[in-house]
Structures are given as structure tokens and as C-alpha cells.
Write a protein that binds this ligand. Structure first.
Ligand code: GNR
Ligand code: NI
Length: 180
């Protein structure tokens, strides 16, 4: 397993639409292992493949608490069925949008159909944080970020700050070539 760098806004790759996985094979599983390690290290509770620059419809997740047994989940080619009309609020963050946290409403429950780590078809009834997180990750597969659901004012404020920080990092790299 290897940790991979997580892309952050305004990296244009985060806007790509990810493609279906043809077959869940050892290469797919190696990617999922890397994604899980990257997610745990961040730390985060979910990660979509495009966040490490791979435009494939793959999500990993672990909602277990600090003192609980790890509970890794893998979703390949996930589809959301019958999202509830009832909405539920949750304060969301995103590893690709560092240091921004905003409350967002999403359908409170949904059903997810997907292939698991072994390529077996599965169906999951999701509610609570699981429902929120799976919808947040599904957005990534479409090139959508949680800030896209906010008001333009809030979104632009967040984007402006992150673009400024990215520029500062670039300038620093140019000043000190070869220094990591
Ligand atoms: O770690 C994460 N926490 C989180 C909190 C509320 C709603 C969604 C998330 S997902 C996020 C990790 C991430 O960016 N996944 O794409
Ligand atoms: Ni995210």
C-alpha cells in the first residue's frame, strides 16, 4: 500500500467526470488499498478516486470512531436509488477543499447499489452520516464539490482563499527550486 497526494481546489482534475470500472481486478484493489491508506492518513471518512487523480468510479469510506474497530467500505460503480424527499443537515468538509466547513442539506436516506472489493454486487440502505457521506462522494464522481451546493457568496469566498493559497505555494516553489 502507498499513500498518494490528495488533489485540492482549484485543481481542474477535480471537475472531471469519472468513468465506470470495467472489471474489479487486482489493480483496482491495489488502488482501493492506496486510497484507504491515504484517507486514514489525512484523516478523512471517505475518499473518491478522482481525489488522488484517478477518474474511475471508486469510493472508499470508514465511518468507525477513533476507538472502534476499523470498518473499511469499498464502492465500485455506485448508483444511488430512491433518495428520500426528507432532507437532513450535516456540517460537511472535504479533503480537496481544506479548512472549509459548511452545513448542507441532502436527502436523509438513500439506497446504494455497487460492486464490493471482490467485484460482487451489493445493495445498501444508507441513513445518517453514511447517507451524507455516500452522496458527498458520488458528487466527486460527477466533478461536483460540496461547495457547489452553497450560495455563490459563500462558495466564492472559499474559492478565493484557496486560490490565493495555491498561488502563494507556487511562488514559494519558484523562489526555492529543488527544495521540497
Ligand atoms: O472526511 C470527510 N468528512 C466529511 C464530513 C461530512 C461530510 C462529508 C465528509 S467526506 C470528507 C472526506 C472527503 O473529502 N471525501 O470526499
Ligand atoms: Ni470530498
Amino acid at each position: 500500500m502507498a499513500k498518494r497526494p490528495i488533489l485540492t481546489v482549484p485543481d481542474p482534475r477535480l471537475r472531471e467526470v469519472s468513468k465506470d470500472v470495467d472489471e474489479v481486478n487486482d489493480e483496482t484493489r491495489a488502488l482501493m488499498d492506496d486510497m484507504l491508506e491515504t484517507m486514514y492518513d489525512a484523516p478523512g471518512i471517505g475518499l473518491a478516486a478522482i481525489q488522488v487523480g484517478v477518474p474511475q468510479r471508486i469510493i472508499v469510506m470508514d465511518l468507525a470512531g477513533k476507538d472502534e474497530e476499523p470498518q473499511p467500505r469499498y464502492f465500485v460503480n455506485p448508483k444511488i436509488l430512491n433518495p428520500a424527499d426528507e432532507m437532513a443537515p450535516y456540517e460537511e468538509g472535504c479533503l480537496s477543499v481544506p479548512d472549509a466547513f459548511e452545513e448542507l442539506d441532502r436527502p436523509a436516506t438513500c439506497t446504494v447499489e455497487y460492486l464490493d472489493y471482490d467485484g460482487q454486487p451489493q445493495t445498501l440502505e444508507a441513513e445518517g452520516l453514511l447517507a451524507t457521506c455516500i452522496q458527498h462522494e458520488m458528487d466527486h464522481l460527477e466533478g461536483v464539490l460540496f461547495i457547489d451546493h452553497l450560495s455563490r457568496l459563500k462558495r466564492d469566498r472559499i474559492l478565493k482563499k484557496l486560490k490565493r493559497e495555491a498561488k502563494a505555494r507556487e511562488a514559494e516553489a519558484a523562489d526555492a527550486p529543488g527544495v521540497a
